[in-house]
Design a protein around this ligand. Structure first.
Ligand code: CP
Ligand code: NVA
Length: 307
């Protein structure tokens, strides 16, 4: 088993690999969009997709991407495996890798994805954990390259909960230089060790603040996500109180300035973390982001399968 078998954290790849994968994503995207279906690198290959949580984008983009490139993907929903309940994670890993060339998983505890990768002899791709969401940030980086022309040197301001999305942004900032700001309510800051890791890498400017208005000035991207993530939905009402003042609305986008794009990983709760006006505005690129899940992940799958 080689060191680089899996894609569990965005900084599992170095800067050159990330930028190369994003270039590859652009090429394969153009091919797929042209209608050309002659590129079938996954022919004869199968992928098992484990979902302990709900999903639309992750499930459909992985299944579609793997299929378009010649392979067959198998969806396993929360009730199919009941990982950790009906069967131990390490047993799931050791069985599925005997049937499949690739595993993709969306789980609760981050330790579960680490265990899957440890016990599987085939590559494992992280489709979101409570801790991070690397495939999302690869798609976001691709979208920024398409719309801004670059990733390096940009200012990305995330407004909301210091959650799994923020951890992946921080880990990206540990390998690619840009300015990352997380504006969140007190007590909802991202994981301290991850912030430290990003800062210690010493290549990006990292700011954690409780003032969204100050934070967004000069942003290239204002980024938002739900205030209550999957697994926290019972806290939704409480969080709506605490996060008041962290809604991305027109006045915040006006402070950000005319060059700022609005991004959101989706699903979005309109009228909560973002207004309908902002998400529907011409500078909102949320659907381009969603589309790029497909293309960024294709590049990741090609890479981990050595294609
Ligand atoms: N952004 C994202 O991961 O969406 P899903 O939860 O629908 O997969
Ligand atoms: N932070 C969100 C992201 C959804 C794609 C969640 O974990 O529910």
């Amino acid at each position: 088993k080689t060191e680089l078998k899996d894609f569990l954290h965005i900084n599992d790849f170095d800067k050159d690999t990330i930028l190369r994968l994003l270039d590859r994503a652009i090429d394969v995207k153009a091919l797929i969009k042209s209608g050309d279906r002659s590129f079938q690198p996954f022919k004869g290959k199968t992928m098992a997709m484990i979902f302990a949580k709900p999903s639309m984008r992750t499930r459909v983009s992985f299944e579609t991407g793997f299929t378009l490139l010649g392979g067959h993907a198998i969806y396993l929903g929360p009730d199919d495996i009941q990982m950790g309940k009906r069967e131990e994670t390490r047993d799931v890993a050791r069985v599925l890798c005997r049937y499949n060339d690739l595993l993709m998983a969306r789980v609760f505890a981050h330790q579960d994805i680490l265990d899957l990768a440890k016990y599987a002899t085939v590559p494992v791709i992280n489709g979101l954990t409570d801790y991070n969401h690397p495939c999302q940030i690869m798609a976001d980086a691709l979208t920024m390259i398409e719309h801004i022309g670059r990733l390096e040197g940009t200012k990305v301001v995330y407004v909301g909960d210091g959650n799994n999305i923020v951890h992946s942004w921080l880990l990206l900032a540990a390998v690619v230089p840009f300015h990352f700001v997380c504006a969140c309510p007190k007590g909802f800051e991202p994981d301290e060790k991850t912030v430290e890791k990003a800062r210690q890498a010493g290549i990006s400017k990292i700011e954690i603040t409780n003032d969204p208005k100050e934070a967004v000035i000069g942003a290239d991207v204002v980024y938002s996500d739900v205030w209550a993530s999957m697994g926290q939905k019972e806290e939704a009402a409480y969080r709506r109180q605490v996060f008041k003042g962290f809604q991305v609305d027109k006045s915040l986008m006006d402070i950000a300035g005319s060059k700022a794009f609005f991004m959101h990983c989706l699903p979005a709760e309109r009228g909560v973390e973002v207004t309908d006006e902002v998400i529907e505005a011409p500078n909102s690129i949320v659907f381009q982001q969603a589309e790029n899940r497909l293309h960024a992940q294709n590049a990741v799958m090609l890479h981990v399968l050595g294609k």
